[in-house]
Design a protein around this ligand. Sequence first.
Ligand SMILES: Nc1ncnc2c1ncn2[C@@H]1O[C@H](COP(=O)(O)OP(=O)(O)OP(=O)(O)O)[C@@H](O)[C@H]1O
Length: 251
Amino acid sequence: MSNILEVKNLIKRFGGLKATDNITFNVVEGERFGILGPNGAGKTTLFNQISGFIKPDEGSIIFNGENIIGLSPEKIANKGLVRTFQIVKPFKELTVYENLKVTTLTPKMKEEIKSEPERRKWIEYIADICELKEVLNTDSEMLPQGYLKKLEVAKALSVNPKVLLLDEPFAGLTVSEIDPISKVIIKANEERETTIVLIEHRLKEFMALVNRIIAIDYGEVIAEGTPNEIVNNAKVIESYLGKGGGDIVNS
Ligand SMILES: Nc1ncnc2c1ncn2[C@@H]1O[C@H](COP(=O)(O)OP(=O)(O)OP(=O)(O)O)[C@@H](O)[C@H]1O
C-alpha cells in the first residue's frame, strides 16, 4: 500500500511559539492512524493545517500525490480529504436525511451522483454504515449526543472521502456511547476503505481503534509506532506523567 498522506517538516508559529515544530509523518492508504498528545501538544493545529483551515509557515503536505498547501478547506474536501470537528454542527432544523442531502450537493458529489434516486440510495447506504437508518427522518435537534457524533461521521463519509480526519469523535460521550461510534469508524474504514486519521483523548478506546500512532508533545513528534510500542515508550510515558495525564495504559 502506498502513502495517501505525506506530511513533511511542518512548522506553524504563533508569535514565539511553534505549535507544530518540524512534524513529519506518512499515512498509508487504508490504515487507521492515530495522533496522540497531551493538551496543547499541537494536534488541532496539525489537523487545521492538513485540512486547509490554517496555512503552515514551512513544510509540505502531499495528499494523494499532490501538494495541497494553500488550497481552501473546500478544495481539499473536494479532492477527498475531509475532517470532522470536536463540536458537532448539524443543521438542527433539518432531519438526518436532509442533513446528508446537503452534504451530497457539493461539487464533488454533484459529479458522482447523477439522479435523485441515486442520491437517496447513497444516503441510505451511508446511514446504514453509520447506524442511523432508524433516525433518518428525525430532526437532528432531537438526537442524543451519541447519534449526533454518528451524524458528524456520516456527513463526512457522505462526500465519499479517501481520508477522514476525525477530531476527538468520543469527546463528550458516555462510555456506552463510545462503542457504537467506534464500530462506525471501523466500518467506514473496512467497508468504504476510507483511511482514518484520528485525534482522541480517550486512550483506551483510541488504542483499540488505531493500527499506528505518532505521539507529539510541544509541537514535536516524540514517538511513532504501534499502540503497544507507544504505551511502552519512555518519552510518551514521561510526557503524560509530566503533565498529570496519569497512567497512559489504563486511562
Ligand atoms: N490561534 C492561535 N493563536 C495562538 N496560539 C495558538 C493558537 N492556536 C493554538 N495555539 C497554541 O498552540 C499550541 C497547540 O495548540 P493545539 O490546540 O493545537 O493543541 P492540542 O494538542 O490540539 O490541544 P487539545 O488537546 O487541548 O485540543 C498551544 O500552546 C495553543 O495555546
